[in-house]
Write a protein that binds this ligand. Sequence first.
Ligand code: PEP
Ligand code: MN
Length: 336
Amino acid sequence: MVLVIKQGAEEAQLENLIEWLKSQGIETHLSKGHFQTILGLVGDTRHVDIDLLSGLAIVESVMRISEPFKSANRKFHPDDTVIDICGNKIGGGNFQFIAGPCSVESPEQICSIAREVKAAGATLLRGGAFKPRTSPYAFQGMRGEGLKLLLEAKKETGMPIVTEIMDLSHIDLFEDVDCIQVGARNMQNFELLKELGHSRKPILLKRGLANTMQELLMSAEYIMAGGNDNVILCERGIRTFETYTRNTMDVSAVPLLHEKSHLPVIVDPSHAAGFARLVEPLALAAAAAGADGLMIEVHNDPAHALCDGPQALRPDEFAETVKKVNAVRKALGADD
Ligand code: PEP
Ligand code: MN
């Protein structure tokens, strides 16, 4: 349940209300936006008397929230959340390109790609060290060594790094990682999500292969329930009956997640498409739909990539895509 507080309400009256609700066993979540103050009632509100609350002098309106996610809900937090990754803001009109290879393969590979994507306009470097592969015989990533190479690439280029965690037991290895990715396959690894809730690092949470938007928001809720509000939602394509693409990019997820939640929403067109030639059109669609950023796989030698080569852009193709995405954003009135 959400109470919209009247503009100009006295602080003391608001505190009294919060205290009174507490005495009724109801926790509150206060959100002071630029234009509105909102009080979220957390817990079992089934027995709360709406008429009584609506009648209070400082209450403008009362709404029941049917969605089971509260912290991630825009009704509780009308303003967009802006997440800052080492000075690079995502959300609330701030847009970032996250680019890099599917997996870290060698010092030369990650450093040269990092330099090239940075020159093309990327601000954050991606690269998998722990890889969730369908086959146990496929390249599993360079693991701890891969994390070290990402940190070297960060040192060389100054780009903050985004990389995927696959298991709770690896968490200490991610101490110096700037943004931790939870991959599609782990979107409902609830123990992992709970642990990440205790961290204060930005978490890039990818939508599962066959998960609804509400399930994605519930997974964000798991992280936020632990006190970590730095969650970025990522649409990366869902599994449908279509076989011409690796997944089907759900463009509607961008405006809908924005409608339901205040969290930033980015799109990964690479995993959605599965083919390099489709990445640019999907990236343009995502930007036009209002995404707060794009995560794109880039490889200096896609034909020999150890993972996801067919969907990787070469650095020059990525540079072209960045230009076109920026043109779309500009045409739609973006400031940067
Ligand atoms: C990745 O980003 O490399 C990845 C494995 O993505 P997803 O979890 O979306 O499949
Ligand atoms: Mn990949």
